[in-house]
Design a protein. Structure first.
Length: 135
């Protein structure tokens, strides 16, 4: 299973006029309803827990490769809150990059590159790849 999109400035952890944002899983290239697909299909094998902030959270171990550089297995926080869509149909599933990946992205502008998330259907393991070429 795979999903990808072109990185915006904020997705690439570059400074913008607003506050820093987590990575948002959007409707581009989503094979289902993006409001629920990421939580119920793509990340369904994770241990989701309710939080006091009226969202669900899960931690994901994901293999990260950026421009061919292997950053290894990283642990990142996912959140899902369906009420986010009330704000102009905003994305409901967010990813907070771990500090190593976040720092790499801040130091190396990946805006306009392609980010690919994949899940091995047999093992349930995840990969994150950032590359120049559209998948």
């Amino acid at each position: 299973m795979r999903w990808y999109k072109k990185l915006s400035r904020s997705d690439a952890q570059q400074k913008t006029k607003g506050n820093p944002m987590p990575f948002r899983f959007t409707y581009e290239n989503c094979p289902g309803n993006f409001v629920t697909w990421f939580r119920e299909e793509f990340f369904n094998n994770l241990d989701w827990k309710d939080t006091p902030q009226q969202e669900e959270e899960a931690y994901i171990t994901i293999s990260v490769t950026i421009q061919g550089e292997d950053l290894g297995q990283r642990v990142m926080r996912l959140t899902h809150a369906e009420q986010r869509r009330i704000n102009h149909n905003a994305p409901t599933t967010h990813l907070s990059f771990d500090e190593v990946t976040k720092r790499y992205l801040q130091d190396n502008n990946m805006t306009g590159r392609w980010i690919i998330f994949s899940k091995d259907d047999l093992t349930g393991s995840f990969k994150l790849v950032i590359q120049d070429v559209k998948p």
